[in-house]
Design a protein around this ligand. Structure first.
Ligand code: ZN
Ligand code: ZN
Length: 365
């Protein structure tokens, strides 16, 4: 069993403000920001937080004094999850330190930060998406201004901050506590810029176009997003560079309509091919293929060509061929004679005036 009094180094009859004061001292001493990569300090920090969260609560403290355990406090044991209890710890800290804790933590210096991600659109052809391609792209990435080295100041336009005397922070006392605070005048930089760098306009960075070759994998689809690690904007304070996200837009093909791995295509056939049947050639993305149209094929009937679709991760989809029966708009004299012959053979009277619509109407009389 953990002795919370021992952990905080207070006596069993310590008053609330005494416990609070002791916790404050220990929290600063063992704060992870002050002890980077120190496992022992981290453990200690968790332990004092656990102890404080019990002893600062009169109800929990009474329970602990009587039974030696507190409901729900065992979560802090060996399988302590920092992320889960992160908010608990910081609510403890902020209740004790208030806002000044934020100022305190400033003193650890700038923390490495990952650079911003960049997003861009890339339009590719249908064929490039289906078979893959190498595409050259241009991306505007942020670079440190070479003229001012990132300070944003002109050569003679930089002065030491008079408010903090170049230290970037000021100290004052709040109660018994000495607090350091980021200098409000220079924002912690310790310097004041009196004349901005003309190259970057004072921002300290410029944008430079960079050429990249992007590998488009076979089978990529409209709406896919490629991520290129480390090609975003540069990281801050030694942090990693951001990533580049490329949003893929695939141009539509005139004939091939794609849906995932599958391809749909519409092929015109003649009335005689539809009626008598035929073997016809159809284009696929993999070259020419054949389908057999059986006699009596109707307009809109579909035929499937297996494994003629898009290949993605080694698996090929299918191609569906939908036939469209084309009615001839112009006939030679001979063609007309033959069709009239056909009509006669079928017993159709081509001069019959009653339309199909009239037939339907008569059905409902
Ligand atoms: Zn200053
Ligand atoms: Zn500059």
């Amino acid at each position: 069993m953990k002795d919370y009094y021992d952990i905080l180094g207070v006596s069993k009859d310590a008053r609330g403000d005494e416990i609070k004061k002791r916790f404050r001292e220990l929290a600063i001493k063992y704060h992870p920001d002050r002890n980077p990569d120190n496992k022992e300090a981290e453990e200690k920090f968790k332990e004092i937080n656990e102890a404080y969260s019990v002893l600062s609560d009169p109800k929990k403290r009474a329970q602990y004094d009587q039974f030696g355990v507190v409901d729900g406090s065992d979560g802090y044991s060996s399988e302590y999850d920092f992320a889960d209890t992160f908010s608990d710890i910081f609510s403890n800290l902020s209740s004790v330190f208030g806002d000044i804790f934020g100022d305190y933590s400033y003193r650890r210096g700038p923390r490495p930060e990952k650079g911003d991600d960049i997003g861009m659109n890339l339009t590719i052809d249908f064929k490039e998406a289906v078979f893959g391609a190498k595409k050259e792209i241009k991306v505007k990435r942020r670079k440190t201004c070479p003229k001012c080295g990132g300070t944003g100041a002109d050569k003679n336009g930089i002065e030491t901050c008079s408010y903090c005397r170049g230290r970037g922070e000021i100290s004052y006392s709040q109660g018994f506590f000495s607090v350091r605070k980021t200098c409000p005048k220079c924002g912690g930089k310790g310097v004041i810029i009196t004349k901005k760098c003309t190259n970057c306009g004072g921002t300290g960075y410029i944008y430079e176009e960079e050429q990249l070759i992007v590998n488009i994998e076979q089978g990529i689809d409209n709406g896919d997003v490629l991520r290129i690690t480390g090609k975003g904007n540069p990281g801050k304070n030694g942090g990693p560079d951001g990533d580049l996200y490329i949003y893929i837009h695939v141009k539509e093909h005139e004939f091939f309509k794609r849906k995932g791995r599958d391809i749909n295509i519409e092929i015109p056939i003649s009335i005689t091919q539809a009626t008598l049947g035929a073997v016809i050639k159809v284009p696929t993305i993999w070259g020419e293929s054949e389908i057999t149209i059986p006699p009596g094929t109707q307009n809109g009937d579909a035929f499937v060509l297996k494994h003629k679709g898009v290949e993605l991760n080694g698996v090929r989809g299918k191609q569906t061929v939908k036939v469209k029966v084309v009615i001839p708009k112009q006939l030679t004299k001979r063609q007309r004679e033959l069709l009239e012959e056909l009509a006669k053979e079928s017993g159709e009277d081509l001069s019959y005036k009653e339309s199909i619509l009239d037939k339907f109407k008569s059905m409902f009389k």
